[in-house]
Design a protein around this ligand. Structure first.
Ligand SMILES: Cc1cc2nc3c(=O)[nH]c(=O)nc-3n(C[C@H](O)[C@H](O)[C@H](O)COP(=O)(O)O)c2cc1C
Length: 384
């Protein structure tokens, strides 16, 4: 049996977590909680299958308050039952030698009033709806542009959610400031036309995200706080006029004020997942010409890169070899391969993912992807 030895399988410290390899499970929404947004035993099983010794799992986008969601059956981290549900998962991960972070999420204008208690409208930076259907197939609603005091309240809510996550046993949290959700709606120029201290200049559009980082990291420690950014997402209809300058500023600020953050997690411009259902018209051009490299030069801490490795796993080996302090996030391939780390390490073949079972449903397409059967494979080899 050939075991691959490369930088991908060398240890790295992420915050307080001494990882023994650099393959990371990306946050992956799967719409399988109970009606109260509490993680269920099936979700414990899913995570248990994907643990590896010294490996990092980032659990799916999890709403910070009952009015922050965009879908039914996505998890929350704002009440005791949810904390208990998550604790079952973090316990199993730790008992088996792994580490786990929780992605903290506010969907902003991607929300739907009929899913928000009191039928309140979704919120955003400005009263600009997504130019598309919402998550229940209706025209997206015009969001309420948050007042300054409401923004301060949401910063506090993120902070409480982070404390709850630590109480649930997570090793840290990932602030979801990507993929067109609330914080990203403030950052991108297309969704933010405010004229106060949260709009206009790059400094102002970045303010909300940086306030959340400041408050969360103060509460739970920089070394338990990570952040996800996606300069070229296009998801949920966001777009920025000056991605290099905008995210360049954010990364400079993080390096200057929060150099000990556990990690920055970048979604690559070549992320072909987002080009699936709702592509940006300029996706092809972005994939060819844009790069997170300028940000990498500024950020000195651990950096997770995600997107483009599912379709080209070889690139994961090359990237880890080439770039220090770099971890590789896998999304769809981790869905389809519970034993992804072993498969990559041993050069075993990968299962293909089934898009039709990504969102919602039961164990099908969730916990029933097969583990690689090395003894069956070696029997076949012997026979040949
Ligand atoms: C089913 C599914 C659910 C996802 N859910 C989330 C999520 O909750 N939070 C997030 O930041 N990204 C989410 N993503 C994006 C992934 O984290 C990742 O960036 C993307 O799949 C690209 O990686 P890949 O090419 O390895 O699949 C999701 C992707 C998929 C396929």
């Amino acid at each position: 049996m050939q075991t691959i030895s490369t930088a991908l399988f060398t240890p790295i410290n992420v915050g307080n977590s001494p990882l023994s390899h650099r393959i990371v499970h990306c946050p992956l929404t799967r719409i399988r909680t109970n009606a109260d947004r509490v993680p269920v035993p099936l979700m414990t099983e899913y995570h248990k299958q994907r643990i590896s010794e010294g490996g990092l799992l980032i659990a799916e986008a999890t709403i910070i308050s009952e009015d922050a969601g965009a879908y039914r059956l996505t998890p929350g981290i704002y009440n005791d039952k949810q904390i208990e549900g998550w604790r079952n998962i973090t316990t199993v991960v730790h008992d088996n030698g792994g580490f786990i972070y929780l992605q903290l999420w506010h969907a902003g204008r991607a929300g739907v009033s009929s899913l928000i208690p009191g039928n309140k409208p979704p919120v955003s930076a400005s009263a600009i709806p997504i130019n598309d259907k919402n998550t229940i197939g209706e025209d997206s609603e015009v969001p309420h542009a948050l007042e300054v005091e409401e923004i301060s309240q949401i910063v506090k809510t993120y902070t409480q959610a982070a404390k709850n996550a630590i109480c649930a046993g997570f090793d840290g949290v990932e602030i979801h400031s990507a993929n067109g959700y609330l914080l990203d709606q403030f950052i991108n120029s297309s969704s933010n036309v405010r004229t106060d201290q949260y709009g206009g200049s790059i400094e102002n559009r970045a303010r909300f995200t940086l306030e959340v980082v400041e408050s969360v990291s103060k509460a739970i420690g920089q070394n338990r706080t990570g952040i996800r950014l996606s300069p070229w997402s296009g998801f949920q209809d966001v777009k920025d006029n000056t991605p290099y300058e905008t995210w360049g500023y954010i990364v400079e600020q993080l390096q200057e004020k929060h150099p000990n953050l556990a990690y920055i997690h970048f979604v690559e411009p070549r992320d072909d997942y987002v080009s699936g259902p709702n592509p940006r018209k300029d996706r092809k051009e972005i994939m060819e010409k844009d790069s997170i490299e300028p940000f990498r030069k500024v950020w000195k801490g651990p950096l997770i890169t995600a997107g483009g490795y599912t379709t080209n796993p070889k690139r994961a080996f090359e990237t880890a070899e080439k770039l220090d302090n770099t971890l590789i996030g896998f999304g769809r391939t981790f869905i389809a391969n519970p034993d992804l780390v072993l498969r990559l390490k041993n050069d075993w073949p990968l299962n293909k993912y089934d898009r039709s079972t990504f969102y919602g449903g039961d164990s099908t397409g969730y916990t029933d992807y097969p583990f690689y059967n090395s003894s069956a494979a070696s029997d076949i080899l012997k026979k040949n």
